[in-house]
Design a protein around this ligand. Structure first.
Ligand code: TXA
Ligand code: MG
Length: 337
């Protein structure tokens, strides 16, 4: 029996009741669907880790309804430099931005994987905002997929691979962004980007008065610490089961038999004929459109019994940075073998 429910007032009240009693509910956000539990309830949050098969060292994002409610997750008052960093970006909320701040007392260890920081965001999807406004507690919610698989961007995707520990899936339609939120750590030593996402790194860098490189701290020795700080960001995340090959410009590609293609724009007929199946994400190559449809296409082609999936690439700027980050992770698995 399907657990997908329309997001009526009645169902939102039911979702609140389920969450209050420690159950899990899949929720729509503007980025991807999340798998939510009461963030103050350690035993409810534990169910998220077990249903996703998520390693306990990978902390969760806590979702709150408004700036006033950030205090439900974060230790206040903030140190002055952190307060002004937050002020520089808080008008991007509600939206696809997550900030890492000092953790408040009510947030149990399991949410932050024992870290003294907590990741918080105010999502902009009206269904989830309405649910958050009904709940007296914040919602801890990772993406509603099994650990290491592709994030869900429709309610139907949430049914795949998650057992009936998930009491309800609230349908909010296909997600607008289709890639996860941008994560930025705010710190007295300066802000630092931990994951590119729906808000462009260029926008954040400008707000902080920094270069993108400084915000990302791209030097090699920083990469090692970066992994410790956002443990979910190991390569191989987001991997489909089928091998993935990225099509960088200028490389000649042999197309093996039974290969699928995810194209960012319309292809010539001759190119189409080399593939078993072709998904065009945007007729005109619009990257917002590409991001929005990418994960659904990955899931679809992953179920088509193909030998390999070829995927277009783009330059890593704006939303293109998040697209390339996810694609390189999806391809990492294949290139290891
Ligand atoms: O768009 C999104 O962010 C979606 C929707 C549902 O909100 N959520 C999402 O959650 O992508 P998840 O669990 O798939 O990714 C959360 C990332 C992980 O890489 C995790 O390591 C990082 O956030 N994270 C969580 N808490 C952290 C913390 N205290 N410090 C550093 N990174 C943290
Ligand atoms: Mg995830």
């Amino acid at each position: 029996m399907s657990r997908i429910e329309p997001s009526t007032n009645e169902m939102l009240d039911h979702a609140r009741a389920l969450l209050t009693s420690g159950r899990l509910v899949a929720i729509p956000t503007e980025t991807v669907y999340g798998l939510a539990a009461n963030a103050w309830d350690a035993s409810a949050v534990r169910k998220i880790f077990s249903v996703k098969n998520r390693p306990p060292n990978n902390p969760l994002i806590v979702h709150v309804a408004s700036l006033d409610r950030v205090v439900d997750a974060v230790r206040m008052p903030l140190a002055k430099p952190i307060e002004s960093q937050l002020a520089a970006v808080s008008d991007l909320w509600p939206g696809p931005l997550t900030v890492v701040l000092p953790r408040g007392e009510r947030i149990p260890d399991i949410v932050t994987a024992g870290n003294q920081t907590v990741a918080v965001r105010i999502p902009s999807h009206p269904v989830t905002l309405s649910l958050l406004n009904r709940c007296p507690f914040p919602l801890a919610a990772p993406s509603a997929n099994r650990s290491n698989y592709v994030s869900p961007t429709t309610a139907a995707h949430c049914e795949d691979g998650l057992d009936d520990t998930v009491a309800m899936i609230l349908d909010g339609g296909p997600c607008d962004y289709g890639v996860e939120s941008t994560i930025v750590r705010l710190h007295e030593s300066g802000p630092r980007l931990l994951r590119p996402g729906g808000v462009a790194a260029e926008v954040l860098a400008e707000r902080f008065g920094l270069s993108v490189d400084t915000l990302m701290e791209v030097s090699a020795n920083r990469q090692a610490t970066k992994q410790l700080e956002a443990p979910g960001m190991m390569s191989q995340h987001y991997s489909p089961t089928t091998a993935v090959q990225l099509l960088y410009p200028g490389t000649t590609i042999v197309v093996p038999k039974n290969t699928g293609r995810i194209a960012f724009q319309k292809l010539a007929d001759e190119e189409v004929s080399r593939y078993t199946v072709v998904e065009v994400l945007s007729e005109s190559g619009d990257l917002e459109q590409v991001a929005k449809r990418l994960f659904a296409a990955l899931r679809q082609l992953d179920q088509a019994q193909l030998t390999c999936i070829h995927i277009d690439t783009c330059s890593p700027r704006g939303i293109g940075r998040a697209i390339m980050d996810r694609l390189e992770r999806a391809a990492a698995k294949s290139s290891e073998f």
